[in-house]
Design a protein around this ligand. Structure first.
Ligand code: ZN
Length: 468
C-alpha cells in the first residue's frame, strides 16, 4: 500500500505521489528558528517529518526524493537574542544552527538535501515581494513596510478555515495604523534602528531599508529549491495559521499556480498532561533528557509512540518504557543474527509486512509498534529456521530504518534497566507520593541491594547502576 497522509487542505486522507515528470517527490518542512535549543515538542515534529522522509525513500527510492528544510536565521527572536548578548546575528544563529544539527544527529534524523537560510535568500524574497507589488497583491504602508493585501487573494483562509472575525483578533495591532486592512500581514519590515541594530537590507522598490517578514522566507526558499509546485508541505499544527495560510497566499499570487499538493500537520506535545513550561520544570531539551540518564534513541521512540496527529502526553515513564522496548528489540535482533548465521535472504519476511502498512496508513506509529511486538512474540529466533530468521532480520531492518531506530550505534550507550528494577522503582515512587516514608526507605534498600541507585526529582526519578 502506498503512503497515505491526512491532507489538512482537503481534510481527507490522500496518497502521496510525485507530480513532476522527473518522478522526484518534492518535500518541504518548516525548520527551526535558530536562537536557542529546540525543545522536545519541536523535535516531535522533526522526527515525524524524518519518518515521512524514510517512508518516501522506501516507496520511491532514495534518489527520487528531494527534501528541503529551512533555517530561520533572521526574525524578532534571533535579533533580540543577538542584541541582548552583544553578538552579531550571524554569530548567534551559527551557534544554535550547530546545536540543532547535533541534536538532529543524536536523534538519528536524516539530513535534508538542502537546508537553506533566510539570510542567504534575501534576493529571492525581495524578488517575490516586487512581483506581488507589481501584481497589486502587496503595497507599501506609511511606515515603509510592505504588506500583503489579503483582500486581493480570494482563496485566503482555505487551509485554516479562519473566519474574518478571528483573523482580526490574531492581528498585530501595533502595525494596524499603517495597513489598509488590519488583517494584512508584513512581507517586508521597515528598518527600526532601536530594535534592529545593524540587521538591514535594501528593500523592494526603494521603500527604504529593512528585513523580510517570516512568512516570505519559506515561500522564497521553496520556489528556489523545489519549484513553484511541491508535492508535500509539512509542519507543526501551530504553523497552520497564520504561517502556512500566508505562505499559500504569497506563493500562489506570485507564481499563479498551486503551491503544495498536500499539507500535513503534526499535533502538539504535552508533558505530564500540560503544555510544556519552564516554571513547572517540564520544558525539556534533548540535553535535559540525556542528562536524566536516557538515550536519544529512547526519546525518539517515546515521541513516536503516540499517533502524530494526536496530542501526545510525554512523561518520564514513557521514556523508561521506550528504553525497555528498545532493549527488547536489540535482544530480538541479536537473536535473529545468531539464527540466520550470515544467510542472505531474497526478500524480507511478509510476516512483518503489516508494520510498514500501518505506518503507510497516515503514520499510525502506535499501531505499527503494537503489530511489531505482537509478531516478535510469535516468531522466536530460537525456534526459526535460518532462512526464515534471515528474512525476518531483513524485515526488521526495514522497520528500524522507517522508524529511524539505530540499535547498533545510537543505542550502544543505552542503559538497559531490568523490568524487576523498574517495578521496584515504580512502587517506591508511589510510596513516596503517598508519603509512606517507611515503605519508600525499605524499597530504596532493596534497590541498593540489587545494585541500583534511584535519584528523585520534582517531576519523577531516574535510575543509575551503582558503581562496582
Ligand atoms: Zn514555513
Amino acid at each position: 500500500m502506498a503512503l497515505k497522509l491526512y491532507d489538512s487542505l482537503t481534510r481527507s486522507l490522500k496518497e502521496l505521489t510525485p507530480s513532476h515528470a522527473d518522478g522526484v517527490f518534492r518535500f518541504y518542512n518548516c525548520g527551526p528558528t535558530v536562537y536557542a535549543s529546540a525543545h522536545i515538542g519541536n523535535f516531535r515534529t522533526f522526527i515525524v517529518n524524518d519518518v515521512i522522509r524514510r517512508l518516501l525513500e522506501l516507496e520511491f527510492g532514495k534518489d527520487k526524493i528531494k527534501h528541503v528544510r529551512n533555517l530561520t536565521d533572521v526574525d524578532d527572536k534571533t535579533i533580540k537574542r543577538s542584541r541582548e548578548e552583544g553578538r552579531s546575528l550571524a554569530d548567534v544563529t551559527k551557534q544554535w544552527t550547530e546545536k540543532f544539527w547535533s541534536d538532529c544527529k543524536a536523534l538519528n534524523c536524516l539530513d535534508p538535501h538542502e537546508q537553506p537560510t533566510a539570510t542567504g535568500h534575501i534576493k529571492e524574497q525581495v524578488n517575490m515581494i516586487e512581483v506581488l507589488m507589481e501584481k497589486g497583491n502587496a503595497y507599501r504602508g506609511a511606515d515603509g513596510s510592505v504588506y500583503f493585501k489579503i483582500d486581493s487573494f480570494p482563496g485566503y483562509g482555505a487551509l485554516s478555515r479562519i473566519k474574518e472575525r478571528e483573523l482580526k483578533i490574531t492581528d498585530d495591532a501595533a502595525d494596524s495604523d499603517h495597513k489598509d486592512s488590519v488583517s494584512d500581514f508584513a512581507l517586508w519590515k521597515a528598518y527600526k534602528p532601536a530594535e534592529d541594530g545593524d540587521v538591514r537590507w535594501t528593500s523592494p522598490q526603494g521603500a527604504g531599508e529593512g528585513r523580510p517578514g517570516w512568512h516570505i522566507e519559506c515561500s522564497a526558499m521553496i520556489k528556489k529549491h523545489l519549484g513553484e509546485t511541491i508535492d508535500l508541505h509539512t509542519g507543526g499544527v501551530d504553523l497552520l495559521f497564520p504561517h502556512h495560510e500566508n505562505e499559500i497566499a504569497q506563493s500562489q499570487c506570485c507564481n499563479g499556480t498551486t503551491m503544495a499538493n498536500h499539507w500535513y500537520h503534526g499535533e502538539h506535545l504535552l508533558v505530564n498532561g500540560k503544555k510544556m513550561s519552564k516554571s513547572d520544570g517540564t520544558f525539556y531539551t534533548v540535553d535535559d533528557i540525556i542528562e536524566k540518564g536516557y538515550s536519544a534513541a529512547a526519546l525518539r521512540y517515546a515521541l513516536l509512540a503516540g499517533h502524530p496527529r494526536k496530542q501526545l502526553n510525554f512523561t518520564l515513564k514513557s521514556l523508561r518504557d521506550a528504553q525497555s522496548a528498545l532493549s527488547q528489540l536489540r535482544k530480538y535482533r541479536a537473536g535473529l543474527v545468531r539464527t540466520a548465521n550470515g544467510l542472505i535472504p531474497k526478500s524480507p519476511s511478509s510476516d512483518f509486512a503489516l508494520v510498514i502498512l500501518a505506518l503507510n496508513d497516515d503514520l499510525n506509529s502506535p499501531g505499527a509498534l503494537g503489530i511489531l511486538f505482537r509478531e516478535i512474540h510469535l516468531f522466536k529466533p530460537s525456534e526459526l529456521l535460518p532462512e526464515h530468521a534471515a528474512e525476518i532480520l531483513l524485515a526488521i531492518d526495514n522497520i528500524l530504518f522507517a522508524f529511524g531506530l539505530d540499535l547498533t550505534e545510537s543505542v550502544a550507550d543505552e542503559l538497559a534497566i531490568p523490568e524487576e528494577i523498574t517495578a521496584l522503582a515504580e512502587k517506591r515512587w508511589a510510596a513516596k507520593q503517598s508519603k509512606d516514608w517507611a515503605a519508600a526507605d525499605a524499597l530504596r534498600a532493596e534497590l541498593t541491594e540489587a545494585g541500583w541507585s534511584m535519584l528523585d526529582r520534582k517531576d519523577g526519578y531516574s535510575l543509575e547502576p551503582l558503581k562496582k
